[in-house]
Design a protein around this ligand. Sequence first.
Ligand code: GTP
Ligand code: MG
Length: 319
Amino acid sequence: MGEDYSRKKMKRLEDLPGVGSATAEKFSESGFDTLESVATATTHELAGAANIGTQTATKIIRSAREAANMGYEKATDLMERRKLVGRISTGSGSLDEMLGGGVETQAITEFFGEFGTGKTQLAHQLSANVQLPPGEGGLEGGVVYIDTENTFRPERISQMAEAVGLDPKGALENIFVARASTTDHQMLLAEKAGEMARDDGVKLLVVDALMSIFRTEYVGRGALAERQQKLGRHLSTLHKLAEGHNLAVLVTNHVMSNPGVFFGDPTKPIGGHVLGHAATGRVYIRKSRKNTRKAKLVDHPSQPPSTVKFKITGEGIRD
Ligand code: GTP
Ligand code: MG
């Protein structure tokens, strides 16, 4: 996995025909710093990034696609890769079972729902549990936590860690937290997570919440296309991290609060089709009585749709 990732990284942008070091630098400054990001950019984006003509941009995109080898792979290779999928326990047996054994690596899992439904609590619990040994619900891995709403609470992690038998202080040392302030910052933090995954054995990447800054930065229908394009790039980064480093990506998301603006079901997550297609598993969480919550699997490639209950307790997420 990691090997495959670094092999791709080794081919440099400067090696593409028509890209000098100055152009490569301008691309990088605009976030197009890998072959894949250039290969999946639009002509317009790339031309704008380095002040080049659209024809040149088209040619560069084409050669990046070839160089990045974004083609087919054998089903047997895919099968080998699937065997390495790890699963992190949520703390609730029934929620784990619904997900096919827990939150999977090599995938993006989305928890969405209204405020106070427990999305952040779940993200905290998984940040503790991923550190447990395999067989006890973890992957003995570290965490990169991108916090966009300033709701990360180390004290809460300590509580949850202690309750599962981890050293509370040690647990905090394995979590790298960053507070994102803009969408550009959020995207940069995700890109940097690749280095940490390589060096620090990160097995879980949390983005809590995925859309909140996107939503405030891109207001109104006029900005929607641009927002979705950028979101697509962000998700592509997350996806590559998940696959390239065999780690689990967990994103939280809100539901649409104003159906008048984005017509449709007000219980749908924000992010539209771009996110809908990128997320491998989507879980809709609703409040039930007291500290009980209902989780419904709405989209998963290998698990049937179902609804389970879990609780938010002092010790964390439980059945
Ligand atoms: P938004 O980010 O506002 O959309 O909400 P969220 O879905 O992230 O909700 P969050 O995970 O913050 O859940 C909040 C709920 O978790 C609270 O209403 C509490 O019921 C519960 N909770 C949070 N901390 C604790 C705690 O320390 N002990 C217990 N028992 N419950 C807690
Ligand atoms: Mg939250």
